[in-house]
Design a protein around this ligand. Sequence first.
Ligand code: ADP
Ligand code: MN
Ligand code: MN
Ligand code: MN
Length: 347
Amino acid sequence: MAEYVWLDAVGNTRSKTRTLPPKKTSLDQLPKWNFDGSSTDQAPGDDSEVILVPCAVYPDPFRTGAKNVLVMCEAVTPNGDAIESNSRSAAAKVFEKYPDEVPWFGLEQEYTLFNLDQKTPLGWPEGGFPGPQGPYYCGTGPENMFGRAISEAHYAACLYSGIQISGTNGEVMPGQWEYQVGPCVGIAAADQLSISRYILARVCEDFQVYCTLHPKPITQGDWNGAGCHTNFSTKKMREKGGLDEIKEAIYKLGAKHAQHIAAYGEGNELRLTGKFETASMDEFSYGVANRGCSVRIGRETEADGCGYLEDRRPSSNCDPYIVTGMVMETCMGPKAPEIKASNKDLA
Ligand code: ADP
Ligand code: MN
Ligand code: MN
Ligand code: MN
């Protein structure tokens, strides 16, 4: 069985299955397929066929014990042109332009679990609020942690599928979790994150728990939002003296702040307020170990003089193809004026 997965008009994953001969499940053997785009708001009714082009293949963690696969696909018109929701096509072209840079991405996907009513976060009293934030982040105990079985099942399933999931942790708001995918090279980061989101949705079906990637699921009261911090490095940044290259990249990101914010996810303005470990979306900032900045340089990167940067702006519901492609494009673009760091210790 081959489960063909694609992104729909609002960025959710959709999928359908076909039976194939066992020898046909490698990327070079998998046939193209199609779906009814008029049922997903991705094509008009009178020309409804959208073509699915296989792009990446993973072992299927839900149908184990045989050569069953998950197939990440691009959606194109019968003429082969990317449809509007196909952001992968453009991103892949960006990465193809810079094969020598070996870009790595680590994506920190945060998500929030709810009862099926979609109103009550998991573990919260119905119509009310739990105790204030504090004991939940990386917490333990049934009074603090809600949905760990989902996080664990998702983690194991991702590992089974060969997703480079690098870790997971409970988040600041109760019912909120995070996992990290990466470091992955180039387009593989967004492919793997997309499949990991598909796996998350499927795991939540089994548990009958609602999962949202909304960046600010609870607006009333003092509750953290949800992001998709994007950690990024090129070969030069990871090598000796790479910190200068990192700073140059940060200046370029700063010069295009507004364009990046506009592309970093729906509803992100509710999250990027300057509170709850975010920077205001109106102004670009960066600093060492500073979680109130748009872009953070880790302590270790500063100490080593090389490493990576963390773009903290993307929202949890961002399109990972758009975000990774844009970070790459901007950081490969023309030199930008220097910006002063928000901490004094980064001269
Ligand atoms: P945080 O301290 O922000 O919570 P995490 O540990 O959650 O950090 O996520 C960091 C991510 O960055 C991980 O996915 C990790 O694999 C990734 N990463 C590590 N080194 C690099 C690098 N050189 N380039 C890009 N990503 C990296
Ligand atoms: Mn993290
Ligand atoms: Mn986090
Ligand atoms: Mn982070």
